[in-house]
Design a protein around this ligand. Sequence first.
Ligand code: DC
Length: 216
Amino acid sequence: MINIAIDGPAGAGKSTIAKLIASEKGYIYLDTGAMYRALAVYALKNGVDPLDEKAVDKLVVGVDMDIKYIDGIQHIIVCGEDVTSQIRENHVSKAASDISAHPSVRIKLVELQREFAKTHDVVLDGRDIGTFVLPDTPYKFYLTASAEVRAERRVKDLAERGQTVDFKTVLEEIKQRDYNDSHRQFAPLRQADDAVFIDSSEMSIDEVKDFILSKI
Ligand code: DC
Protein backbone atom coordinates (compact mmCIF):
# COMPACT_ATOMS: atom_id res chain seq x y z
CA MET A 1 0.00 0.00 0.00
CA ILE A 2 1.13 3.56 -0.68
CA ASN A 3 0.89 5.86 2.34
CA ILE A 4 1.62 9.56 1.99
CA ALA A 5 2.07 11.51 5.22
CA ILE A 6 1.50 15.26 5.32
CA ASP A 7 2.12 16.79 8.74
CA GLY A 8 2.25 20.34 9.92
CA PRO A 9 0.65 22.97 12.15
CA ALA A 10 -2.94 24.22 12.03
CA GLY A 11 -3.94 26.11 8.90
CA ALA A 12 -0.90 25.18 6.80
CA GLY A 13 -3.18 23.93 4.00
CA LYS A 14 -2.59 20.24 4.65
CA SER A 15 -6.16 19.11 4.01
CA THR A 16 -6.55 21.08 0.76
CA ILE A 17 -3.29 19.68 -0.58
CA ALA A 18 -3.89 16.15 0.72
CA LYS A 19 -7.32 16.04 -0.97
CA LEU A 20 -5.86 17.18 -4.30
CA ILE A 21 -3.02 14.66 -4.17
CA ALA A 22 -5.42 11.87 -3.23
CA SER A 23 -7.73 12.73 -6.09
CA GLU A 24 -4.88 12.95 -8.66
CA LYS A 25 -3.40 9.65 -7.58
CA GLY A 26 -6.76 7.90 -7.06
CA TYR A 27 -6.02 7.32 -3.37
CA ILE A 28 -8.23 7.82 -0.34
CA TYR A 29 -7.77 10.91 1.83
CA LEU A 30 -7.77 10.41 5.61
CA ASP A 31 -8.14 13.56 7.70
CA THR A 32 -6.79 12.43 11.08
CA GLY A 33 -7.48 15.82 12.69
CA ALA A 34 -11.17 15.16 12.04
CA MET A 35 -10.91 12.06 14.23
CA TYR A 36 -9.57 14.09 17.19
CA ARG A 37 -12.24 16.71 16.50
CA ALA A 38 -14.99 14.08 16.44
CA LEU A 39 -13.84 12.70 19.78
CA ALA A 40 -13.76 16.25 21.21
CA VAL A 41 -17.36 16.81 20.06
CA TYR A 42 -18.37 13.54 21.70
CA ALA A 43 -16.63 14.49 24.97
CA LEU A 44 -18.28 17.93 25.08
CA LYS A 45 -21.69 16.38 24.41
CA ASN A 46 -21.17 14.01 27.30
CA GLY A 47 -20.11 16.77 29.66
CA VAL A 48 -16.47 15.65 29.73
CA ASP A 49 -13.80 18.37 29.93
CA PRO A 50 -11.19 17.58 27.23
CA LEU A 51 -8.45 18.60 29.68
CA ASP A 52 -9.61 16.15 32.37
CA GLU A 53 -7.37 13.17 31.65
CA LYS A 54 -9.09 10.73 34.00
CA ALA A 55 -12.56 11.49 32.66
CA VAL A 56 -11.28 11.30 29.06
CA ASP A 57 -9.56 7.96 29.73
CA LYS A 58 -12.88 6.58 30.98
CA LEU A 59 -14.80 7.97 28.03
CA VAL A 60 -12.35 6.56 25.48
CA VAL A 61 -12.81 2.98 26.70
CA GLY A 62 -16.41 2.92 25.56
CA VAL A 63 -15.99 4.91 22.35
CA ASP A 64 -16.55 3.31 19.02
CA MET A 65 -15.41 5.32 15.97
CA ASP A 66 -16.14 4.52 12.38
CA ILE A 67 -15.01 6.30 9.20
CA LYS A 68 -17.19 6.23 6.11
CA TYR A 69 -17.00 7.92 2.73
CA ILE A 70 -20.28 9.26 1.40
CA ASP A 71 -20.04 10.79 -2.10
CA GLY A 72 -16.29 10.95 -1.59
CA ILE A 73 -16.59 12.95 1.66
CA GLN A 74 -15.15 11.58 4.89
CA HIS A 75 -17.75 11.10 7.63
CA ILE A 76 -16.97 10.21 11.22
CA ILE A 77 -19.44 8.23 13.22
CA VAL A 78 -18.94 8.15 16.97
CA CYS A 79 -21.03 5.63 18.90
CA GLY A 80 -23.55 5.54 16.08
CA GLU A 81 -23.87 9.31 15.57
CA ASP A 82 -22.46 11.06 12.49
CA VAL A 83 -20.79 14.14 14.02
CA THR A 84 -19.16 15.38 10.80
CA SER A 85 -21.24 18.56 10.54
CA GLN A 86 -20.16 19.65 14.04
CA ILE A 87 -16.41 19.14 13.97
CA ARG A 88 -15.45 22.38 12.18
CA GLU A 89 -16.98 24.75 14.70
CA ASN A 90 -14.33 27.11 16.00
CA HIS A 91 -14.54 26.06 19.67
CA VAL A 92 -13.93 22.44 18.67
CA SER A 93 -10.38 23.27 17.46
CA LYS A 94 -9.11 23.99 20.97
CA ALA A 95 -11.05 21.05 22.45
CA ALA A 96 -9.52 18.71 19.83
CA SER A 97 -6.02 19.97 20.56
CA ASP A 98 -6.61 19.50 24.31
CA ILE A 99 -8.08 16.02 24.03
CA SER A 100 -5.38 14.90 21.59
CA ALA A 101 -2.69 15.28 24.26
CA HIS A 102 -3.92 12.27 26.26
CA PRO A 103 -2.07 9.00 25.49
CA SER A 104 -5.30 6.94 25.78
CA VAL A 105 -6.85 9.01 22.99
CA ARG A 106 -3.82 8.80 20.73
CA ILE A 107 -3.38 5.05 21.23
CA LYS A 108 -6.99 4.45 20.23
CA LEU A 109 -7.04 6.71 17.18
CA VAL A 110 -3.54 5.81 15.94
CA GLU A 111 -4.55 2.14 15.92
CA LEU A 112 -7.47 2.99 13.62
CA GLN A 113 -5.20 5.10 11.39
CA ARG A 114 -2.60 2.33 11.07
CA GLU A 115 -5.28 -0.24 10.27
CA PHE A 116 -6.64 2.08 7.58
CA ALA A 117 -3.18 2.63 6.08
CA LYS A 118 -2.54 -1.11 5.98
CA THR A 119 -5.57 -1.71 3.79
CA HIS A 120 -5.72 1.40 1.55
CA ASP A 121 -3.55 3.60 -0.64
CA VAL A 122 -4.04 6.76 1.37
CA VAL A 123 -2.91 10.34 1.89
CA LEU A 124 -3.05 11.13 5.60
CA ASP A 125 -2.75 14.58 7.07
CA GLY A 126 -2.05 15.25 10.72
CA ARG A 127 0.64 16.14 13.24
CA ASP A 128 2.44 12.86 13.94
CA ILE A 129 1.90 10.71 10.85
CA GLY A 130 5.54 10.75 9.72
CA THR A 131 7.00 10.56 13.22
CA PHE A 132 4.68 8.15 14.99
CA VAL A 133 1.75 6.71 13.05
CA LEU A 134 3.65 5.55 9.96
CA PRO A 135 7.37 6.11 10.61
CA ASP A 136 8.34 3.67 7.85
CA THR A 137 6.53 5.29 4.96
CA PRO A 138 9.00 6.77 2.44
CA TYR A 139 6.57 9.59 1.54
CA LYS A 140 6.70 12.22 4.25
CA PHE A 141 6.07 15.94 3.97
CA TYR A 142 6.08 18.68 6.58
CA LEU A 143 3.94 21.56 5.39
CA THR A 144 3.97 24.87 7.19
CA ALA A 145 3.48 28.63 6.67
CA SER A 146 3.87 31.70 8.86
CA ALA A 147 1.33 32.00 11.69
CA GLU A 148 -0.07 35.18 10.08
CA VAL A 149 -0.66 33.52 6.72
CA ARG A 150 -2.26 30.53 8.43
CA ALA A 151 -4.55 32.80 10.48
CA GLU A 152 -5.62 34.67 7.32
CA ARG A 153 -6.45 31.37 5.64
CA ARG A 154 -8.43 30.22 8.69
CA VAL A 155 -10.47 33.45 8.80
CA LYS A 156 -11.32 33.00 5.11
CA ASP A 157 -12.16 29.35 5.62
CA LEU A 158 -14.50 30.07 8.52
CA ALA A 159 -16.11 32.97 6.59
CA GLU A 160 -16.92 30.55 3.78
CA ARG A 161 -18.66 28.38 6.36
CA GLY A 162 -20.65 31.41 7.58
CA GLN A 163 -18.63 31.99 10.77
CA THR A 164 -17.30 35.50 11.35
CA VAL A 165 -14.17 35.67 13.48
CA ASP A 166 -11.65 38.35 14.31
CA PHE A 167 -8.17 37.98 12.75
CA LYS A 168 -6.27 38.74 15.97
CA THR A 169 -8.27 36.18 17.95
CA VAL A 170 -7.66 33.53 15.31
CA LEU A 171 -3.94 34.36 15.23
CA GLU A 172 -3.73 33.96 19.01
CA GLU A 173 -5.68 30.68 18.84
CA ILE A 174 -3.36 29.36 16.15
CA LYS A 175 -0.26 30.25 18.16
CA GLN A 176 -1.76 28.63 21.24
CA ARG A 177 -2.60 25.48 19.29
CA ASP A 178 0.91 25.35 17.75
CA TYR A 179 2.32 25.51 21.27
CA ASN A 180 -0.10 22.87 22.63
CA ASP A 181 0.42 20.48 19.72
CA SER A 182 4.21 20.74 19.72
CA HIS A 183 4.70 20.64 23.49
CA ARG A 184 2.58 17.66 24.48
CA GLN A 185 4.61 14.73 25.77
CA PHE A 186 3.15 11.95 23.66
CA ALA A 187 3.80 12.13 19.87
CA PRO A 188 4.00 15.93 19.59
CA LEU A 189 3.90 17.90 16.34
CA ARG A 190 7.42 17.67 14.94
CA GLN A 191 9.00 17.35 11.52
CA ALA A 192 10.27 13.82 10.91
CA ASP A 193 14.00 13.79 10.16
CA ASP A 194 13.32 12.28 6.74
CA ALA A 195 10.34 14.48 5.81
CA VAL A 196 10.49 17.02 2.98
CA PHE A 197 10.00 20.51 4.45
CA ILE A 198 7.69 22.91 2.59
CA ASP A 199 6.96 26.51 3.60
CA SER A 200 3.80 27.41 1.70
CA SER A 201 3.61 31.06 2.85
CA GLU A 202 4.49 32.31 -0.63
CA MET A 203 3.31 29.34 -2.66
CA SER A 204 0.01 28.72 -4.44
CA ILE A 205 -1.97 25.55 -3.80
CA ASP A 206 -1.01 24.22 -7.23
CA GLU A 207 2.67 24.91 -6.61
CA VAL A 208 2.61 22.93 -3.37
CA LYS A 209 0.63 20.10 -4.95
CA ASP A 210 2.97 19.87 -7.98
CA PHE A 211 6.02 19.97 -5.75
CA ILE A 212 4.74 17.07 -3.64
CA LEU A 213 3.72 15.07 -6.69
CA SER A 214 7.20 15.59 -8.14
CA LYS A 215 8.68 13.99 -5.02
CA ILE A 216 6.45 10.90 -5.01
O1 DC B 1 -5.77 19.34 11.72
P1 DC B 1 -6.86 19.81 12.67
O2 DC B 1 -6.81 21.29 12.94
O3 DC B 1 -8.21 19.37 12.24
O4 DC B 1 -6.55 19.06 14.06
C1 DC B 1 -7.24 19.32 15.24
C2 DC B 1 -6.36 18.94 16.44
O5 DC B 1 -6.21 17.53 16.49
C3 DC B 1 -4.96 19.51 16.42
O6 DC B 1 -4.88 20.76 17.06
C4 DC B 1 -4.14 18.47 17.13
C5 DC B 1 -4.90 17.19 16.94
N1 DC B 1 -4.27 16.29 15.98
C6 DC B 1 -3.27 15.47 16.45
O7 DC B 1 -2.89 15.59 17.61
N2 DC B 1 -2.71 14.54 15.64
C7 DC B 1 -3.10 14.41 14.37
N3 DC B 1 -2.54 13.47 13.61
C8 DC B 1 -4.10 15.27 13.85
C9 DC B 1 -4.66 16.22 14.69
